[in-house]
Ligand binder design. Structure first.
Ligand code: MN
Length: 196
């Protein structure tokens, strides 16, 4: 694992903070965690995707899920690991300007706390490439699993999947039917307009 101060170096390298309003990520925020948070940001970049982020070790570990999360345990969703994001990013909503890294509109699609279901520290689960968490979000609830896979030989590929429990629901399609911000109740269009 990288040193704590280095965790955000890739995040900072990719961005020009004189142009984007995204958080600068000055600090890795370690706090005594009672309930760590998760966030899912809908990101209308060159390809629309959903960024799933989990608070681990004072940063937001991040995965881009092209198809977004599903509440159907039969659906396996590809999740590409991306750079760690600062904690403040969890509440970032807005439009990253054209020409900048990740240009496009960002919505806080879901946010809440999570519990690690496995009997070892979440940092270890992450290092081993097998995470099981119970989400308490506004849209998503229940157990979800994230495990590393060798999809197309990539080192950053994981699979994201709903676990079978009382919160599983094959008939729901939240990505399609629940498309307003969990923070501000705005649509993508309203967030985009709000920035101009
Ligand atoms: Mn993204």
């Amino acid at each position: 694992m990288k040193k704590k101060n280095d965790l955000l170096s890739e995040y900072k390298k990719k961005r020009n903070f004189t142009k984007t309003k995204e958080p600068k990520g000055e600090k890795v925020k370690i706090k005594k965690i009672k309930s760590p948070i998760f966030v899912i940001q809908k990101h209308d970049a060159s390809h629309l995707h959903y960024d799933f982020r989990l608070e681990i070790n004072g940063v937001l570990k991040s995965w881009a899920i092209p198809k977004g999360p599903s509440t159907n345990p039969n659906d396996k969703r590809l999740a590409i690991e991306t750079e760690d994001h600062p904690m403040e990013y969890a509440k970032f909503e807005g439009t990253i300007p054209e020409g900048e890294y990740g240009a496009g509109t960002v919505m806080v699609w879901d946010i809440g706390s999570y519990k690690n279901i496995r009997k070892k520290p979440i940092e270890e689960c992450y290092e081993e490439g097998e995470i099981e968490v119970w989400l308490e979000g506004k849209k998503l609830e229940g157990g979800f699993v994230l495990f590393k896979t060798k999809f197309r030989g990539s080192k950053n590929s994981w699979i994201y999947k709903k676990m079978i429990d009382e919160k599983a629901n094959a008939r729901r399609n939240p990505v399609k039917t629940e498309n307003k911000s969990a923070l501000t109740n705005r649509t993508m269009h309203e967030i985009e307009k709000g920035d101009k």
